[in-house]
Ligand binder design. Structure first.
Ligand SMILES: Nc1nc2c(ncn2[C@@H]2O[C@H](COP(=O)(O)OP(=O)(O)OP(=O)(O)O)[C@@H](O)[C@H]2O)c(=O)[nH]1
Ligand SMILES: [Mg+2]
Length: 396
């Protein structure tokens, strides 16, 4: 039979455990086809929560206990607990579950039927219809939680997820195996573990199910996660997002393009002193094309690097694409000039001003310059991704 383990991290929860365990056992009764177990991960709580667990273990063979010598925060406790549950206890699914009864245990069967239905990750959510936070939460707490989650949605550009910080979740083994190696190098504060885990699950394209639930305030013990974590959460989400953008192919492509433009400009300035302008112009363009080719290969397409033997043919293709893009812009400029009356295009500025001695018309010329750059970028990006660094289907 497949096994699901409810992981409950605890720090000073001795009063909650004796109520929580029977509640979970009761909820398990409605679940068919799964072996349901509980794993308490206690960080050597000063109130000796682990002693309470040990006592309960005498009558319950489905209750496990993992004791950490040091307090390692929610994220650290979950990572240790998940490793133990999947690797030692051979779980197929684990849950994240708070000890303070904030999460309704009777919702667990609903999570399990979503897993049975093929979801890889099931997310408890307080901000979808059917969910909620306690009505007696103060205005500040509602505002903080609500606005915090909206802000995270904005930063990550994902409005389908509305509760990033909820700690009521079911996670299948494939999700754990794909996501936890990405998290081990990080330090977590407060909710950053929850946000980071969910965000990486989304990025990996796993199927996520939602279960709305009503959050219940704790009656015993003290909250460990306070407003001091706001700053850390903010830093964390912005850092993750910026890292994502910096790693994005389109961003690298744009940077390489800008570097290429600078290389061309500088080469032209140097070369025109040595030779005829037209020759210098084409040589400078070729230097820029070569630098773009090399930078694209080692950075933008580092995951699809070309073999040395492919270089000659691909470099010729790259040249055709690059000059094709210039040709396309020329055609556009011509059409623009004849229809609207724009003078010239970006790359024609040196031509018109220096070679032909014509002034550059910035009014309409500027518009076509922008359009030209955009069209040229789309052309180049397509040529790079679909032809030169075409994604090779992996051989089985
Ligand atoms: N093992 C371990 N568990 C922790 C640690 N910090 C928090 N927990 C547990 O994580 C769960 C969630 O923490 P809470 O303090 O309830 O945080 P919260 O739910 O955001 O805050 P409240 O709404 O005030 O309860 C509880 O079961 C805590 O006992 C820790 O450092 N180590
Ligand atoms: Mg709580």
């Amino acid at each position: 039979m497949k096994k699901a383990i409810i992981i409950v991290p605890t720090y000073n929860e001795k009063d909650n455990i004796p109520v929580l365990v029977p509640r979970l056992m009761k909820a398990f009764e409605a679940i068919r086809g799964w072996q349901m177990e509980i794993l308490i991960v206690d960080d050597s709580s000063p109130d000796k929560t682990y002693e309470v667990v040990k006592k309960l273990q005498k009558q319950n063979s489905h209750l496990h206990l993992l004791i950490n010598q040091q307090k390692s925060g929610l994220g650290g406790a979950y990572l240790k607990g998940m490793a133990y549950a999947f690797d030692e206890l051979k779980a197929d699914v684990v849950f994240e579950f708070d000890a303070d009864m904030s999460h309704p245990a009777e919702k667990i069967p609903e999570f399990m039927s979503k897993i049975d239905g093929g979801d890889d990750f099931v997310m408890g959510t307080r901000y979808h219809p059917g969910g909620g936070v306690p009505a007696d939460w103060g205005f500040d707490r509602k505002l903080l939680s609500g606005c915090g989650n909206i802000l995270i949605s904005i930063v990550f550009a994902n409005f389908w997820i509305r509760d990033w910080t909820s700690g009521f979740r079911a996670i299948t083994k494939p999700v754990y195996e794909a996501v936890h190696p990405l998290l081990h190098s990080e330090r977590f504060y407060g909710y950053t573990f929850q946000i980071g885990f969910l965000y990486n699950t989304l990025k990996k394209g796993f199927k996520i199910g939602l279960v709305p639930y009503k959050f219940i305030d704790r009656t015993h013990g003290q909250s460990k996660i306070g407003p001091e974590y706001i700053k850390n959460n903010l830093i964390y989400i912005f850092k993750m997002r910026i890292k994502d953008i910096l790693e994005h192919r389109l961003f690298k492509f744009a940077v390489v393009g800008l570097v290429g433009a600078a290389v061309q400009f500088i080469s032209l300035a140097l070369l025109r002193k040595l030779m005829y302008y037209t020759l210098a112009y084409f040589l400078a363009a070729e230097v820029a094309v070569s630098s773009n080719f090399i930078l694209s290969n080692i950075w933008t397409f580092s995951d699809r690097k070309l073999k040395l033997s492919q270089f000659p043919l691909k470099f010729i293709t790259f040249n055709i694409a690059s000059f094709g893009s210039v040709g396309l812009q020329t055609v556009l400029a011509e059409v623009g000039a004849r229809t609207i009356g724009a003078d010239v295009f970006l790359f024609q500025i040196p031509f018109s001003q220096l070679v032909l001695g014509q002034p550059f018309n910035f009014d309409t010329g500027f518009l076509f310059m922008i359009v030209g750059i955009l069209v040229g970028m789309v052309w180049n990006f397509l040529a790079y991704t679909k032809v030169i660094w075409k994604d090779q289907p992996k051989k089985k």
